[in-house]
Design a protein around this ligand. Structure first.
Ligand code: FEO
Length: 378
């Protein structure tokens, strides 16, 4: 249990740690995650986001540890995905007079998710504000970062942006502030999170970063992971780069699965060739690497090479699953290569090439090998 933590005057983290969570939205979470919720105590009390349903009791306990018997006046719903809204039924039951604030899309989704809950919902949009006494929240809708309803909330008097899924990381290992985490771990987790969750929405992220550049912010409170302070400029710069679609022209990601090792030999041959020409190459076997780990690497790679054996006229299911996952993330401006070994038909290479080509990849000549590469190539 995380317990409540004061971040700035009257602003508290009251969410929950989920350190043993194995995966989130299909991506591995080796450090678990957090469901961050924040409480701002002013003349009125405002809760920002809930937590996952099974952590509702912990959220209620953390809130009570700050305000005792006082009531919550306002609840800002930055996002309706159940990792943030799951505790809504418990919270509106405990604080039935609280007014909810969120986008029109959030209102619709919450009505569908929680038809048995009763609450008052106020639709807000760009430029709308909420006065709570001394403090005022400014609402900044950010559709598709991560869902259509997504929104961030800005508290200028404290220079805090409550960014919801934007600028998050799946770090649930107990640290609360970025200065408690080794910078390398923080940046790796932010990269993995961006690649697996936010990658399709570069244009929307760029727009949000432009809005953030216009306001004074020295603390970002995301909905997952640690609060950003000292390393905020580094995370902002990294997001700007990822959102732009820029890649490292010397980085190669090779990903494959192999039935009897022949496709693995082609992968190693490609590694040798590209390392010899001064490329940085990372090779992943899907037999022992989750595809979300590969995605975390390839967001920086200009070159993405994919290989599979042919099994009964098809690529291996692990590779088909990887390509389906990759297609949804919409990587841009990449160079692809399909490779694989086969026994008697060899469709996998053609099918991989077609899949990468349909994603807009510029394709290199495929490598298709029957049985095994000849010794001089091996
Ligand atoms: Fe953290 Fe889109 O939910």
């Amino acid at each position: 249990m995380a317990g409540a933590l004061e971040l700035k005057k009257g602003v508290y983290a009251v969410g929950a740690l989920d350190p043993d969570l194995p995966e989130f939205d299909e991506a591995l979470t080796p450090y678990g995650t957090t469901y961050n919720s924040y409480l701002v105590v002013d003349e009125q009390v405002t809760l920002i986001d809930f937590v996952r349903a099974n952590f509702a009791a912990e959220l209620l306990e953390n809130i009570a540890s700050i305000i005792g018997d006082r009531l919550i006046d306002n609840i800002i719903v930055n996002h309706c995905e159940p990792d943030h809204s799951g505790a809504l039924p418990a919270i509106v039951k405990a604080y039935p007079a609280a007014q909810l604030y969120g986008t029109a899309n959030a209102q619709k989704a919450l009505a569908a998710y929680y038809p048995d809950s009763t609450y008052t919902f106020n639709v807000v949009g760009e430029g709308d504000k909420l006065d709570t006494g001394e403090l005022t929240f400014h609402f900044i809708p950010m559709p598709m970062v991560h869902w259509p309803d997504s929104m961030s909330s800005y508290l200028p008097a404290r220079k805090i942006l409550f960014s919801n899924d934007a600028l998050g990381q799946h770090i649930g290992s107990g640290e609360r502030i970025d200065t408690e985490v080794a910078k390398e771990k923080l940046m790796d987790c932010a990269q993995n999170y961006y690649a697996n969750i936010v990658m399709p929405w570069g244009m929307q992220v760029t727009k949000l970063l432009g809005q953030v550049a216009q306001i004074e912010v020295d603390m970002v409170c995301p909905s997952h992971g640690v609060v950003l302070t000292t390393f905020l400029p580094d995370i902002i710069a990294a997001y700007a780069r990822w959102a732009s679609g820029a890649t490292d022209g010397h980085q190669v990601t090779i990903v494959y699965d192999s039935m009897w090792g022949s496709t693995a030999e082609i992968a190693e041959k490609l590694r040798e060739e590209y390392e010899a020409s001064k490329h940085h190459v990372n090779v992943f076997s899907l037999a022992d690497t989750h595809y979300s780990v590969v995605i975390g690497d390839l967001i920086e790679s200009r070159y993405i090479f994919v290989g599979s054996s042919t099994r009964y006229n098809h690529m291996l299911p692990s590779v088909a699953g990887f390509l389906s996952y990759l297609e949804g993330l919409k990587p841009k401006d990449r160079v692809g290569l399909a490779f694989g070994a086969y026994g008697w038909s060899g469709e996998s290479v053609d099918d991989i090439a077609a899949a990468l080509s349909s994603m807009g990849f510029e394709m290199k000549d495929p490598i298709k090998v029957q049985w095994r590469m000849a010794p001089e190539h091996n």
